[in-house]
Design a protein around this ligand. Sequence first.
Ligand SMILES: Nc1nc2c(ncn2[C@@H]2O[C@H](COP(=O)(O)OP(=O)(O)OP(=O)(O)O)[C@@H](O)[C@H]2O)c(=O)[nH]1
Length: 496
Amino acid sequence: MAFFKKLKDRLFKSSSKIEDGLDAIIEDGGTQDASDPPAEIDPKAEALATTLEGVTASEAQQAVDHLIASGAATEVPADDTAKPEPEEQPTPEPDTVPVPKPATVPEPKPDTVPTPKPATVPAPEPERVPDPKPDTIPVPKPTTPPGPRPAPAPPVEVPEPPQEVPPATPTEAPVPSGDPAPAPTPVEIPLDTLPKAEAPTKTGLLGRLLGRGDGKGVTRRALDDDMLEQLEELLITADMGVDTALRVTANLAEGRMGKRLSTQEIKELLAQEIARIMEPVARPLPLYSKTPQVVLVVGVNGSGKTTTIGKLASQFRAAGKKVVIAAGDTFRAAAVEQLQVWGDRAGVPVLTAPEGSDPASLAFDAMGQAQADGADLLMIDTAGRLQNRADLMEELSKIVRVIRKKDPSAPHNTLLVLDATTGQNALSQVATFQKLADVSGLVMTKLDGTAKGGVLVALADKFGLPIHAIGVGEQIDDLAPFDPEDFAAALTGIER
Ligand SMILES: Nc1nc2c(ncn2[C@@H]2O[C@H](COP(=O)(O)OP(=O)(O)OP(=O)(O)O)[C@@H](O)[C@H]2O)c(=O)[nH]1
């Protein structure tokens, strides 16, 4: 699946950390299942090895034997110094190089060696072609929303008279799930410009010929306490947190102690365990029938709030929704400007107020305008200054208070945006923001730029808050729906 590949490529920092760690664990005490006796090394193979970087003579010999055995090459008498005659070759495949002579072979281009599996040569990136179907929309599936959330803690001086509260019976979200209108300008990052996981270099042509990684001569290690401890440590270094790492490894070990496992098998078991933890929290942003739906976006400065609002606005708009954004971080002119840039990109109006003005007042005006315009969605950005929690708490409370004058059931969602590069710190941010605001769900950004992707598993395990979407890049369409199985597979480096 094209999107899975994109996700996997973007999560490569986390996945390569886990993959490399697993390889090292299995190597440490593991043995090959089927160890072939060391073959005699032909001088020709030795010569081939010298022309190919990183290839031992023994590997070259096996490759040569393999080519000959597969019919892709023929044996050349040792004393024959003439070049192979192409027309005498028995196979129709290109057969110019099979068993090179020391003097004549040094064709350092492995690609010219005929391979029985041309299809396994790394294919061109299909993602370069813009995908006509925006499959990154995190929300547009109508879902049956969960029951009404408890209202945020009432502010101290609640002055409002009792108002008629419309029954908070969320009905089926009206978001169309069909073909959305074309997104404004989702510029896809050509994947070949991104750094890639090192997988392609690990399994070169000879590696493929020799069957490295395809099940032959696989190294396995019997699962014991030492290995479990190493696995725990690996998961902790991938920011899964101690408790979650222990839980995952304990589940993995159940009924498997003493069993011989390969890296690939452990990856698959890990992915299963991770997906199991993530499954309950993978929920799209619930949309209620009441409009405008108010989404309050909170998070520390730099976590990616502005970017996420821009991406979400673009995707909702593409799904046919009328969206309004309120630039509620009135303390920083730069933040407002940045949001305006994102609003322009998404083709969505951004309501602003002069620097230093009351964000609650802006939120109130924005609410009025969104109602008057018949907007489906109002997204309110907020400041993220955690330095003064009392001020921030009061600010968020006030915003909630005033928008409830217009709609007592608002905000319908309070999204906490977290930066994955902060690793374990994300856990304390959740705890803090749960005290400051009635957080209803999470968006995790910057998973593309960190080896700490495991923190998302720890968050799911510890808080159980819904994860609506993940940010995997800086472009407008780099917000992916959170799919637990795709995520678990991408995180552990499984190919699909
Ligand atoms: N690689 C990557 N970068 C991201 C992602 N999301 C946001 N960023 C970058 O993170 C930086 C901060 O993002 P903002 O959206 O400005 O964060 P903010 O929370 O609004 O920050 P303030 O405006 O300071 O409150 C920007 O450079 C973004 O381009 C992501 O998913 N991946």
